[in-house]
Design a protein around this ligand. Structure first.
Ligand SMILES: [Zn+2]
Length: 246
């Protein structure tokens, strides 16, 4: 039996989510917890990992498909306990297809400072020029209402911090999430370095953002980042070459 085009697209997305998750684990962006999802094209459903599968060892064939009621409609196992994050953000944001939620220390640190907002510092952080809001609820997001509240805090932006808990980054695809998450971390590191040097942060200005965006080629950059990190992961054995994600 040959697979339909739809099934092939879904298989490719499962492999992308598994590969991106393994790489984000290697990069210290997620660890024993944290997860990403991607929308099943044209359906109110998403691809997400099983709750207890190691982020360092995800496999495409173990991915679940979960509908927007939180019901597993393909695969065997429980989705992450915070799946409401993914469902409610995808529901609220038809312009994005992938969500990363993780508990990166550096992101959490910026929810614990009175006078300092995480803002774009580096040239590759223009994605977040509209702002990076902080969600006030520090608890795990397990209920639909909590997911809706988080989606409201995120609003039209492309990332949000979660008070004393973590962060979300949203993008058009799992490959874009990989690129954005790496730049999000680099940007947070840059701001932290300035603060640790005891200096006053000088974020990129609106005029500088305009200058940078003159030459922005987002799709090309996402491809370049994906190629670099996937090749590196294949060479080190972190991602099997036979997944065909290059
Ligand atoms: Zn969490």
């Amino acid at each position: 039996m040959t697979k339909t085009d739809d099934a092939r697209v879904i298989d490719a997305l499962k492999a992308d989510v598994a590969a991106a998750t393994r790489i984000l684990e290697t990069e210290g962006i997620l660890n024993y917890s944290g997860h990403m999802c991607t929308r099943v094209p044209g359906r109110d459903a998403l691809i997400v990992q099983r709750r207890t599968d190691s982020r360092a060892e995800l496999a495409p064939e173990r991915m679940l498909i979960v509908d927007f009621n939180g019901v597993v409609i393909e695969g065997d196992g429980k989705p992450p306990s915070e799946t409401a994050i993914h469902i409610e953000i995808l529901r609220a944001r038809p312009d994005i297809n992938s969500v990363l939620h993780c508990h990166m220390d550096l992101a959490i640190a910026f929810t614990m400072m009175d006078d300092t907002q995480l803002v774009p510092m580096r040239a590759r952080a223009t994605r977040w020029q509209s702002g990076i809001p902080t969600h006030p609820d520090p608890s795990h997001i397990k209920l639909t209402e909590q997911g809706e509240e988080l989606a409201k805090t995120l609003g039209p932006h492309y990332a949000a911090l979660m008070r004393a808990h973590g962060m979300v980054v949203v993008a058009e695809s799992p490959r874009a999430i990989l690129s954005d998450a790496i730049h999000f971390k680099e940007n947070a590191e840059a701001l932290m370095q300035v603060l640790q040097a005891g200096k006053t942060p000088r974020p990129i200005t609106e005029a500088e953002v305009k200058q940078i965006l003159r030459f922005e080629t987002r799709d090309h950059h996402i491809d370049k980042m994906w190629n670099y990190y996937v090749r590196k992961a294949i060479a080190s054995g972190g991602v099997p070459a036979e997944w065909g994600v290059l």
